[in-house]
Design a protein around this ligand. Structure first.
Ligand code: FES
Length: 133
């Protein structure tokens, strides 16, 4: 008699498994860089994927038009420079990012704590402080 260990039909591509494991075990994410599902605008929960797709579909002529993507950049203002960067990179060639999501969140927290902006209502909260902050 044959016993199936798992009869579910779900399967993942190799990179999806890597991303899931990386997210679950973030201590191992030493060289993990911002990916499409990582959040860019914490105030309005806008992912990099939404920004990239907005640029691809609507082909904005100015970086400021990225605010039309779910209000990105209109809360605390932290992500505005990154929106400008994505826009500039889209005008040039491919879009690249060398920050890890943790570095990005920490830099935003420092930006908020320095009094540069106030997160929008419902924004993703600042990460907890650690000894290295
Ligand atoms: S993180 Fe985008 S406006 Fe606050």
């Amino acid at each position: 008699m044959s016993v199936s260990v798992c009869d579910c039909s779900w399967y993942f591509r190799g990179d999806q498994v890597k991303n899931l494991l990386d997210r679950k075990y973030s201590g191992f994410r030493q060289n993990y860089v911002m990916e499409l599902d990582d959040t860019i605008c914490y105030c309005f929960h806008i992912s990099k994927r939404k920004i990239v797709n907005f640029i691809r579909v609507y082909q904005p002529r100015r970086a400021s038009q990225l605010t039309e993507c779910g209000g990105a950049g209109t809360g605390c203002g932290w992500c505005v420079n990154y929106l400008k960067r994505f826009f500039a990179e889209s005008q040039a060639a491919g879009m690249t990012e060398e920050l890890t999501p943790e570095e990005y969140a920490k830099q935003r927290a420092a930006y908020i704590k320095a009094g540069h902006g106030k997160p929008a209502a419902g924004a993703i909260p600042l990460p907890p402080e650690t000894d290295s902050n």
